[in-house]
Write a protein that binds this ligand. Sequence first.
Ligand SMILES: Cc1cc2nc3c(=O)[nH]c(=O)nc-3n(C[C@H](O)[C@H](O)[C@H](O)COP(=O)(O)OP(=O)(O)OC[C@H]3O[C@@H](n4cnc5c(N)ncnc54)[C@H](O)[C@@H]3O)c2cc1C
Length: 384
Amino acid sequence: MSSHSPSRPVAIIGGGIVGSALLYTLAHRGVDAVLLESEPALALAASGTNSGILHTGFDSTPGELETELILRAARIRPAILDALGVPVIPTGAELVPRTAEDHETVRALAANAAANGVQVEVRESDGALLVQGESVSDPVAFALALAASAVAAGARIELDARVTAISAIDDGLALATADGRRFEVAAAINAAGLYADEVARLVGDESFEIYPRKGEFFVFELPEGQTLDRIILPVPTKRTKGVLVFPTLDGKVVAGPTAVDLDDKEDWSVRPEAHDEILAKAVQQFPALEGLEPIASYAGLRPAGRGSNYVIGRSAKSDRLINVAAIRSTGLTASLGIADHVADILPELGIEVGELHPPTVAGPPASEGPWWLRTARHRHPTTP
Ligand SMILES: Cc1cc2nc3c(=O)[nH]c(=O)nc-3n(C[C@H](O)[C@H](O)[C@H](O)COP(=O)(O)OP(=O)(O)OC[C@H]3O[C@@H](n4cnc5c(N)ncnc54)[C@H](O)[C@@H]3O)c2cc1C
């Protein structure tokens, strides 16, 4: 195999949490990298509209790639977030069983957690499953801090840069953006979330399809004197993972999400019926929400693979394009594990990758108001 021109960087297409973690990791493993993001800022899609929870993987299927990368991320993430000053509250989570079937599910989940090496406890008084390692974070601060640290370590970010064409050149790829910019790169990593299938189509790769699975949330302010200090997870049923209730870093309480399969990748609206759907379930979990009116709502679109999940690897149609697609439900948690895993693929293309260096600190993470309103305001500028 011939080696790439040393002057060519590796491009990352898409600046959600996965693209930001890739940029961070490549920059800190000695790879020249440039991130191309179609929006005017990073993390304005799924990565800015999720639950912000850093999962332990207690309920993930042992042996799957998703689980492996959740666990890999857990080994490296705490030190990086700490060094970069990304806020995290180690709340822990609890699942309270209400039926005999729930108790059985809790026992199965405890066994699953053990198989993944995740510490859990079953509370004697009510049989609740306690998962101490679950925590809440600010997902926007997480993405922006990784990106800022990458830039401080020498990486580049191009905003308003929607990739619309990819062509093969000698030992590399040429990427073109909608506004006519051109980038010659040694390889490209497709982390375009909902549009990762369309980016793959640019090289004739039709091996996977992404559709939006909408999740809606409502944000509440609790009356004086009341607080929520943990994540309340429903006991999952065969049909659904259900609605959770969790505290935010800025002292609010959020209930959601729904899971509504759509076709329209641009429908970021909250459906009128979502309020009653969520509240009926959330009040059961956390009765303090009874009678409260939400102060805000937002919706996220999970980049879901049709019949696939965590599609990671070199494209069969262009071996210098690496797909990192269908990161549907756990991308915030797993992002740094995904990035480290993908970095390990680059040597197959003759690109040298070193060990992960300690984080380059770029100053405190940018604060842009409540993260849970940022994308809603971008998508619907009339949002208060
Ligand atoms: C409702 C909901 C709840 C969730 N809760 C959690 C949770 O609690 N914990 C957790 O770990 N995960 C959670 N997730 C999952 C997590 O948010 C996703 O897995 C993660 O955000 C996916 O990141 P991404 O970078 O792959 O995609 P995205 O965030 O969608 O980013 C893709 C980026 O690519 C850009 N792009 C698209 N096309 C192009 C192009 N042609 N050129 C350049 N740029 C392009 C987009 O503008 C976008 O910025 C949740 C998701 C949702 C929606």
